[in-house]
Design a protein. Structure first.
Length: 210
């Protein structure tokens, strides 16, 4: 079904932001703020609606220098068994985590690793990377928006902080998750295409002493 990724991680990365933001955000190693991060996904259900779910347990690290975009590195890991779905019928969650779908017993973690980051605007970027799910590794792109950041806030947050939104798309068939995919020309099944959204904040280096 979904990330990750990524998301994972899924989620995310950094890029060439405007000069004021670049000055405010220090280069260094950033860790995920799990209290302010989420990974959600959706895919077609018989063409009538989009079935939506999320993952509750994931982690990520981000290394970057706002002045050197090409050096940005993102690594993310998702606990596949932390899948959350709305009002699942009895036994349905176990089915989704079983071998015909996410196969969490054999492959309990989904991972994402960025391979290239390219600026696409004043506060947007494209992150190319590799998503590993169900034992398969496939290239997956993230379209990322930088929402803001600071070097720290005295008396409130002693560390640098950055926030991002990201979107991506994958085909579950690329990961050999084939159950329920509709035949060509039909929507009667569960869609192959999965779209996902990542909202995240990272905490970074300690702010400079006054």
């Amino acid at each position: 079904m979904k990330l990750l990724l990524v998301p994972l991680l899924i989620v995310v990365t950094t890029f060439g932001v405007n000069a004021r933001a670049a000055e405010a955000v220090p280069a260094g190693h950033y860790t995920l703020d799990k209290s302010h991060s989420s990974i959600t996904f959706k895919l077609s259900h018989i063409g009538f609606s989009y079935y939506t779910g999320s993952f509750a347990r994931f982690d990520a690290t981000l290394d970057f220098d706002p002045a050197q975009l090409a050096t940005a590195k993102l690594a993310a890991s998702i606990d596949v068994s932390s899948l959350v779905i709305p009002a699942p019928p009895e036994g349905f969650l176990a089915t989704l985590l079983g071998p015909e779908w996410l196969n969490a017993g054999e492959f309990p973690r989904m991972t994402y690793r960025s391979t290239k980051v390219t600026s696409t605007g004043a506060n947007t970027a494209k992150a190319e990377g590799e998503l590993t799910l169900n034992g398969k590794t496939v290239p997956v792109r993230l379209d990322v928006t930088f929402n803001g950041g600071y070097a720290g806030m005295a008396g409130f947050d002693p560390n640098a902080r950055v926030g991002f939104s990201a979107q991506g798309r994958l085909k579950r068939s690329d990961f050999d998750i084939l159950t329920g995919i509709p035949p060509a020309g039909s929507t009667m099944g569960v869609g192959d295409a999965v779209t996902f959204t990542i909202e995240t904040e990272f905490s970074g280096p300690a702010m400079a002493k006054p």
